[in-house]
Design a protein around this ligand. Structure first.
Ligand SMILES: [Mg+2]
Length: 321
């Protein structure tokens, strides 16, 4: 019996808790960071640790989670990601008028909505600004890690593809592969430090990006910019995961860096959720999580919906039936 067969049969409760923790954790981080977006870093002695209202009601998730849910829907229909299907789902979301959408994502999706293929749209926008490497594909990457829980090769391939649809910059694609590989390994119960060490050697990162990430756990809080640049977002998320000792501490520390707070805290939440599990997420946060999906459908999403989604993604190929 090979390892994949064993993995298909065994899904122990701890692994399931960690995979559910990734999904719920990503949405919780997004919602906690929402009111802190574009703010200056909070003073260290006054960190926000409650779900506060911002431009949306307290506990609301934002475009980060909405795009991840579009990616999840695509993976539920195509076990191996179909770029065209994903692009159409992103474009359909974009046309419902989300309250927030990233600059590069908007540029690509407006072209797709006008009928361009995603390949052409992504290439044109990339050519116009080849140095642009925003965090718009990293923030939504986590569903790939669950859908390909059993196959690391597909996990990497689809992490790269889901990024390429809007963010083909090598740094964006590498960041998505690194985050998904880490979610996968954390969910097996590997420690954050060991997971990070392994992931750094398995992903093709530019040398200066790799060095920046290797240094991330050693950064002082005041050194972290947490901007919309993918390198900054991943740096903050890795610092949050590796320099703290609980889910709560990780997402609170990163959300309170301000700036692109919802995205950095969402990426942190996906990683820390996979490390500590759903059972480690504070119940008051679980009770407050809310949002609408699909947009303009009137359907409200709460924590049990994210747990159900996690279970469906893990079993996307019917492995555990
Ligand atoms: Mg957002």
């Amino acid at each position: 019996m090979d390892v994949h067969t064993v993995a298909r049969i065994i899904m122990d409760e701890h692994t399931l808790d960690r995979l559910r923790g990734c999904v719920v954790g990503a949405a919780i981080g997004d919602a906690l960071g929402m009111p802190l977006e574009f703010k200056s870093p909070s003073p260290p002695d006054r960190l926000v640790s409650e779900m506060l209202p911002g431009r949306l009601p307290a506990g609301s998730f934002t475009d980060d989670t909405e795009m991840a849910l579009a990616l999840a829907d695509s993976l539920l229909h195509h076990a191996h990601l179909d770029g065209s299907d994903l692009a159409q789902r992103f474009a359909a979301w974009y046309e419902t008028g989300p309250s927030d959408v990233g600059v590069q994502t908007s540029q690509v999706l407006s072209r797709i909505a006008r009928g361009e293929t995603w390949e052409k749209a992504a290439e044109k926008v990339f050519q116009q600004n080849p140095n642009s490497a925003g965090n718009g594909s990293l923030m939504r990457a986590w569903p790939v890690a669950l859908a390909h829980f059993n196959s690391p090769e597909w996990l990497v391939a689809d992490s790269l593809l889901q990024s390429r649809v809007t963010h083909p910059h090598p740094d964006c694609m590498a960041a998505c592969a690194l985050a998904c590989l880490m979610i996968w390994q954390l969910s097996q119960g590997t420690s954050p430090a060991a997971t990070f060490e392994t992931a750094l050697t398995k992903v093709d990162l530019a040398a200066d990006f790799q060095q920046m990430l290797a240094d991330a756990p050693l950064r002082r809080r005041s050194e972290l910019k947490s901007s919309g640049w993918v390198r900054h977002t991943l740096e903050s998320a890795l610092w949050g995961l590796l320099a703290t000792h609980s889910f709560e501490e990780a997402v609170v520390q990163v959300a309170n860096l301000g700036n692109d707070a919802d995205t950095a805290a969402s990426v942190t939440g996906a990683l820390a959720g996979a490390a500590y599990g759903l059972s480690a997420i504070p119940p008051t946060w679980l009770d407050q999580l809310q949002g609408e999906w699909p947009l303009r459908s009137g359907l409200r999403w709460h924590t049990p919906d994210f747990i159900h989604l996690a279970d469906r993604l893990i079993d996307v190929e019917g492995k555990y039936k």
